[in-house]
Design a protein around this ligand. Structure first.
Ligand SMILES: NC(=O)c1ccc[n+]([C@@H]2O[C@H](COP(=O)([O-])OP(=O)(O)OC[C@H]3O[C@@H](n4cnc5c(N)ncnc54)[C@H](OP(=O)(O)O)[C@@H]3O)[C@@H](O)[C@H]2O)c1
Length: 261
């Protein structure tokens, strides 16, 4: 077998149907690109439709298509409509990358109940609701894959104050991953989490721009540098492809060694 055929059979995504939420920026945009490059058709979901259109235009030459779909994941009906869009625009769903996220920086004792609830809404509740509504389509797939994007703050507390609600939600995502892995194993669906360390994106721009915080983050990062979004490609393709057929309920860190201490 030629090398290309071997790696394609193991890590490829040709003909697969994927959904990536939070595809309008940062890690989500990169993961949508990676899946399209590996051959998947990707429903790219976020609120900023013009960004999604730009991503679709930029990736026109890739083997897989990027199909923009605008939705606000804080709105349950719009979450449910993603399943309809996947059915109508892609013809199903083999891979879900539940990546969209938001955070409000506030000390946990000072947050209003509404702000706390809102952080959990997009960062945890929408991942539960979206993966649940997609369960029938994932069951129809011959190899359903759910990849929940958690964080190093899904495995331990934040080293900077003010990310309490985010940390609670990301720990919840790990619990969701393990529970769904157990319940959906019989359906032939694997459910795993990706836990990134610090990567420069819109979400981390302020922290990384602050010299003191940045130095503290790098001190904790074994490789002494922030990640490049392209460095998520290998872990993503592993979890999305036949290569991870016997891997479920796991949390894969891509964190420059943050959690090695
Ligand atoms: N960057 C890091 O260092 C880092 C570290 C650990 C974990 N993570 C995780 O990695 C994932 C991606 O983060 P990122 O750094 O790429 O963040 P980002 O650049 O801020 O992107 C967040 C994405 O989520 C979407 N989003 C937010 N609220 C939404 C809503 N209500 N409805 C629909 N989409 C919504 C945004 O799109 P719209 O605004 O267009 O809706 C955007 O595409 C997140 O789960 C984050 O927690 C990131």
């Amino acid at each position: 077998m030629a090398v290309h055929d071997y790696t394609e059979a193991l890590f490829g995504a040709s003909g697969r149907k994927a959904i990536v939420t939070g595809a309008s920026s940062g890690l989500g945009a990169e993961m949508a690109r990676v899946l399209a490059r590996a051959g998947a058709d990707v429903l790219a979901v976020a609120r900023r439709g013009e960004r999604l259109e730009a991503l679709a235009a930029e990736t026109q030459e890739e083997p897989g298509r990027i199909v923009p779909h605008t939705a606000d994941l804080a709105d349950g009906e719009q979450v449910d409509a993603i399943a309809t869009a996947a059915r109508e625009l892609l013809g199903g769903c083999d891979i879900l990358v539940a990546n969209a996220s938001t955070w409000s920086v506030a000390r946990i004792e000072k947050m209003s109940p509404e702000a706390f609830r809102q952080d959990l809404e997009v960062n945890l509740h929408s991942q539960w609701r979206l993966s649940g509504i997609l369960h029938p389509l994932l069951c129809d797939s011959d190899a359903g894959r759910v990849i929940h994007v958690s964080s190093i703050y899904g495995l331990g507390a934040s080293v900077v104050n003010g990310l309490g609600a985010y940390t609670v939600a990301k720990h919840g995502v790990v619990g969701l991953t393990r529970s769904q892995a157990v319940e959906w194993g019989r359906d032939g669906i694997t459910v795993n989490a990706l836990a990134p360390g610090y990567f420069p994106t819109e979400m981390t721009a302020d922290a990384i721009a602050d010299e003191k915080i940045s130095a503290r983050l790098l001190e904790r990062t074994v490789l002494r540098r922030f990640g490049n979004p392209e460095e998520l490609a290998g872990a993503l393709l592993f979890l999305a492809s036949p290569a991870s057929g016997y891997v479920t309920g796991s949390v894969l860190t891509v964190d420059g060694g943050w959690t090695a201490w």
